[in-house]
Design a protein around this ligand. Sequence first.
Ligand SMILES: [Zn+2]
Length: 474
Amino acid sequence: MEEFDITIGLEVHVQLSTQTKLFCSCGTRFAQSPNSQVCPVCLGLPGSLPVLNQKALELGVKAALALNCTIPEKTKFDRKNYFYPDLPKGYQISQYDEPVSQNGFLVIPIQEGKKKIGIVRAHLEEDAGKLIHSDAGQAISYVDLNRAGVPLLEIVTAPDIESPEEAYCYLTELKKILQYIEVSDCNMQEGSLRCDANISLKPKGSKTLGTKTEIKNLNSFNFIRKALQYEANRQFQCLKRGERIEQATYTWLEKESRTEKMRSKEDAHDYHYFPEPDLPPFSLKESWVQGLQDSLPELPQNRLQRMMEKYGLNRSDAELVTQNRKEADYFEECAKNFQDYRELMNWIKGKVYTYLNEKNLSIAQFPVSPENLSELLQLVSNKKINREAGKEILDKMITSGQKASCFIQNKEKITDHKAIMEFCQKVLAQKPHLAEEYKAKPNVLNSIMGSVMKESQGRADAEKVKEILLQILG
Ligand SMILES: [Zn+2]
């Protein structure tokens, strides 16, 4: 493989988070009963005319801006002609030579630092419907057109990606950005983010790209990485045998861990694009574009960097907590009232994330507000309660949604010398053998301390317990 360079290009389709379709007022909700979200426009009935959804345009341009694209003054829609049983019009409304954005880039973290992946264009288009093939061996298929006309943004990279790993990294970063700016939920199970990948090999250092093959409809980043690894190796074996690579489209068979050829690849001119006569070209006002630019939140990489600096988090903690915007917000809300950031991070990583993972919830569904969590952490750090009691109280806060102060009664830390002395004496009276063993093995102290803490129901101040025990045991 060393004598070849890999070149990968990715086309990602994301469903924009609109209530209605791109050219009609039908709903876009997932998993509705088949053909319940359709109308003459998305069914392509004669006499119906498309009207552009302003919100879809906004979200598309917002995404393009976050990907550093240039927004032209003018844009238009085109017809892409091809027949599919799930495309009732016989053409798809897409954008060809005047897309809504172009010439952007996305920076990905790689081992040696950072790498810029060029984005050729991001354009708007409508989705097709969905075919459902009978699996009972009957020669019958059904079509559900709920998805026909749903707004998509197609984001096309330059051939800058040089390994399956970089492709994985690009997709992860892209998804994070799109979720941060809330243009798409990027839910791959529901088809809100789909990826086609093309890959070719060329002799090392050569300027001319080799013949590429395309892998279609990959719906997990892991599958994409595996499919690209497989395809790179398959092409390599072909070239080594002196064979030519055929330009074709493949599908990934996950169960068999291999790609399979679907069809020979068509070129763009085969689609016979022409300007959509029902939607005139239109211009994008500079002030409108600027407004969208200004509305963009802090993007994930900047936020990661800032949170590392501001809170002194290490990279892996900062990556964890900036994974999604709501989690980063949660951390920063807590940090307003509780300034031991490392301790805060430990609680979030520990108790909070464990709970969310167990229950498969998002931070937005976490029952304890940032204010209430930071109040609890204050109580622990002021030594009003000890850590173990704090954890118990957090459990109660999670189940009840109430504040820490509701549970603090009988949990306050016991620091009184006399009271602790009594716990110690009681334990040593009950377990006299421990005092004996301690003389031979000093680390028995830990086990005595454990018993004393238990006797105090976890409330005794551990440092004082240790101090007093050492006094008693001599
Ligand atoms: Zn419709």
